[in-house]
Each structure stands twice: as structure tokens, then as C-alpha cells.
Write a protein that binds this ligand. Sequence first.
Ligand SMILES: O=C(O)CCC(=O)C(=O)O
Ligand SMILES: [Fe+2]
Length: 197
Amino acid sequence: MWPNGNDKFNETMILMSKKMIELSMIILNMLRNSYGIGLDIEEGNIDALFRMMKYSAPMSNEPVGNISSHTDRNFITLLCQNEVEGLLFKTSDDGEWVKVNPDPGSFIVLVGDALRVWSNGRVHAPPHMVMTCGEKERLSCGLFLCPKGDQVVEPCHDLVDDEHPPLFKSFIFLDYLHYASENAFRADTVLDSFAGI
Ligand SMILES: O=C(O)CCC(=O)C(=O)O
Ligand SMILES: [Fe+2]
């Protein structure tokens, strides 16, 4: 059983997760630069979860729901997947559901709730879900960059002023995770009910 006895696989997964953490940090820094401000998210205050997901082939042409609509709770999620489509996300403009065209050579970047709070609502954390159909299994792997559980999540002070009042209250990340898991049935609006002002 992995990791025992599968050293090569182990090594590849550790390398992959390290590279995905690096890429997530680069993206966070690009965001900071685009606002011309210092990023008060330090590496020591961040956790990363690497997860591999397998959706078995539904063997039907009717789409089958695998993961229902939700926003991710973390700062930023990087996803890569095989060629089987299934991920859909909701746009901020008109709330349309859009299919993600799978490209095994690229990463999908999703903003999560913690980054939406940090940016004081400037970046959209899209509700997304997974629905598959057909005869092939879908494989994806995700790197979820999160605040550590004891971290305070709040709008970045440089992004709050008279014209941009805070849209969210400060909270401890772990408290939010608990609240979100107790309110999982409204997984894509739970941030607003927990911390929205
Ligand atoms: O498998 C995917 O592409 C997405 C999975 C997902 O949304 C999640 O694990 O939060
Ligand atoms: Fe997700």
C-alpha cells in the first residue's frame, strides 16, 4: 500500500505537490502585485492539502452528479485532470454554469472563500461542481492552499477604505470550517451567512 513499497510513486507525488504549492504561491504573489500591495499571507501561516480524486465511469449518457455545487473554503485551489470532462463553474457575471474543457497539460485555478475575504470581495470564488457521464473514469488531482486553522481571515487592510468598506467580518479559519461542515447543504453561500456584513 502507498506510500510503503511504492517509492517512485511516493517521490512523484511529493514532487508534484511541492511544485503545485510553488505555483499557488506565485499566483498569490501575482495577485498582490496586481493590487500593488504587500501580501500579508506568510508561508508559515499556510497549510496545503494534496488530494487525488477518481470518479468512476457512470456508464450512462445522462450526467451523474459527483460533487454538488460548493465554493472551496481555502485561498486557492489548483486542479489538473485527465481528458474526461465533468467540472463546471458558475460565472460571476450572469450566474451561468460553464463547462471546463479538460486539458491534461494545464492547471485550473479556483479562488476559494478565504481569498475572496482577503481581497474584500474583489476576486470571485466560483461555485463549482462535478458531473460526469460516459464510459471513462475521470481522474483529477488538487492542491488546496489554506490558512492554518488558527489563522485570522479578514479583508486585507490595504484593500479597505471609505470607498471600499469591509464586506466580511474577521474570523478564525477553523471556526469557519466547522460552520461550513454543519451547513454543507448550502455549500455555495455559506461564507456570506457566516461572515458577510
Ligand atoms: O475533481 C475536480 O475537478 C474538482 C473537485 C472539487 O471541486 C473539490 O474537491 O473541492
Ligand atoms: Fe471544489
